[in-house]
Design a protein around this ligand. Structure first.
Ligand SMILES: [Fe+2]
Length: 299
């Protein structure tokens, strides 16, 4: 104990929690600042930690690698780092109050969300026929991404990219966007430019997920027949493949200037028929499951 106290001389003055936990889950040392944490853990002296927290100790020792976790204690968010000292069979735990950082991140996310929503609306003012299109596509892409068990980061990336995937249409003349007759080749090539223009608009923004590239690729088809790159299969980002499918479903089930709504059944038929040629197999299957088994509906 004396040795631990000596080793832990500095931690006693540390305003943040510092603890030492043995491989059997008992707390060998804790400083004053750890008391709320021990209370939060319902720790009883001499007994092992509760399973969830004990597991971090075991994992850190087994992998000989630090483990970090965030936990809420009252109105504070504490980050805990479990640092293994393998040859001594114990783990040092360092706590850090990250409440302010969390609040700042939250505020930043709110600001970014409001900005994205605004950008999303700008293109829809220009192209009223697709008003709400991006929002509905984003409802479906997020649902597909969840169905495919993608990570929370990827799901967030796809949500954001979907909300602004047609931003490049601000460069297409309104007369072409709202034309009620068939488009000429030149007009169609102008519309096709929207993927690359969207990419150019978004590429300078550091989103922490590849939003610009997802937007660039959202009209690529897995057999290489899409645009602008004619990319195939694995060359296309999964997020772009998901938007591609959701885009078709939403577009076909909504009214367009050149035709009435074709309906959801026709849309599901389209992706089923071209499953594995134009559209990614897994994405199509997840989408069909959502509509046929899980009762997905656009809000
Ligand atoms: Fe598009």
């Amino acid at each position: 104990m004396e040795e631990i106290e000596k080793l832990a001389k500095f931690p006693t003055q540390n305003p943040n929690p510092v603890l030492r936990i043995s491989k059997d889950g008992t707390v060998l040392f804790h400083n004053h600042a750890s008391e709320p944490l021990l209370e939060h853990w319902h720790y009883e002296e001499g007994k092992p930690l509760q399973d969830r927290w004990f597991q971090f100790v075991l994992d850190a020792l087994r992998d000989d690698d630090i483990k970090t976790v965030e936990t809420e204690i009252g109105d504070k968010v504490i980050s805990l780092t479990f640092a293994p000292i393998v040859e001594k069979d114990f783990v040092n735990v360092y706590g850090l109050d990250i409440t302010e950082r969390k609040q700042a991140e939250e505020k930043l996310k709110e600001t970014l969300d409001a900005t994205i929503e605004t950008v999303s609306k700008i293109v829809e003012v220009k192209d009223p026929y697709t008003a709400g299109h991006q929002l509905r596509v984003s409802q479906l892409t997020t649902a597909i991404a969840k169905e495919l068990n993608l990570s929370p980061d990827k799901i967030e990336g796809i949500r954001v990219a979907s909300l602004i995937h047609d931003i490049g249409k601000i460069s297409v003349p309104t007369e072409i966007l709202s034309k009620s007759t068939t488009l000429s080749d030149i007009e169609f090539s102008l519309i096709k430019e929207h993927s690359r223009i969207g990419y150019n608009i978004l590429k300078a923004i550091d989103f922490s997920y590849p939003v610009a590239n997802i937007v660039l690729q959202h009209h690529e088809k897995i057999n290489g027949s899409g645009y602008p790159g004619g990319l195939k299969g694995d060359e296309i980002l999964l997020e772009a493949k998901i938007i591609c499918v959701a885009d078709v479903i939403e577009a076909m089930s909504s009214h367009r200037p050149y035709r009435p709504a074709l309906g959801i059944d026709a849309a599901l038929e389209e992706i089923t028929q071209n499953r594995g040629t134009l559209y990614d197999l897994e994405v199509v299957d997840a989408c069909l499951k959502l509509f046929k088994e899980k009762g997905f509906k656009f809000e």
